[in-house]
Design a protein. Structure first.
Length: 139
């Protein structure tokens, strides 16, 4: 048995791109950045950014395209793949790609109307769930 699961919490590096397969299945992709701060050899704090390419399918893809924008934080679960390719200069390159199975919006929408989900969860092959009110949260 094998297992491949990744959880990434980060900010969108660009607006999502929604397209459709020839069979009509929605597919959405965007870049996601995670940041960490660590000390370098001299002891100074340095920011380190890791970029992931995220791919969503079906209703989840349409929801991401509708509500996510560049800079917005999001929680993603899925399977990690390393895609290898050759750039224009002939150099071998690689990209970390997450085939998402679950997505959760984090924080409030900036400058958007109140109809956008805030903190809602979208699971593969399901519709966006409504937000719980403060009375529904058990802590």
């Amino acid at each position: 048995m094998s297992f491949n699961k990744i959880i990434v919490v980060g900010n969108l590096g660009r607006d999502p791109e929604l397209r459709y397969t020839p069979q009509g299945t929605p597919v959405c992709s965007f870049s996601l950045a995670t940041n960490e701060r660590r000390k370098d050899k001299t002891g100074e704090l340095v920011d380190h950014t890791t970029w992931f390419r995220v791919t969503l399918w079906g209703r989840q893809a349409e929801t991401a395209s509708q509500y996510l924008t560049k800079g917005r934080p999001v929680y993603i679960e899925g399977r990690l793949r390393v895609e290898e390719w050759t750039d224009r200069d002939g150099k071998s390159r690689h990209t970390l790609e997450v085939h998402a199975t679950d997505m959760q919006f984090i924080g409030g929408a900036k400058g958007e109307d109140s109809s956008s989900p805030e903190g809602g969860t979208v699971e593969a092959e399901s519709k966006a769930q409504s937000n719980p009110s403060d009375d529904d949260i058990p802590f």
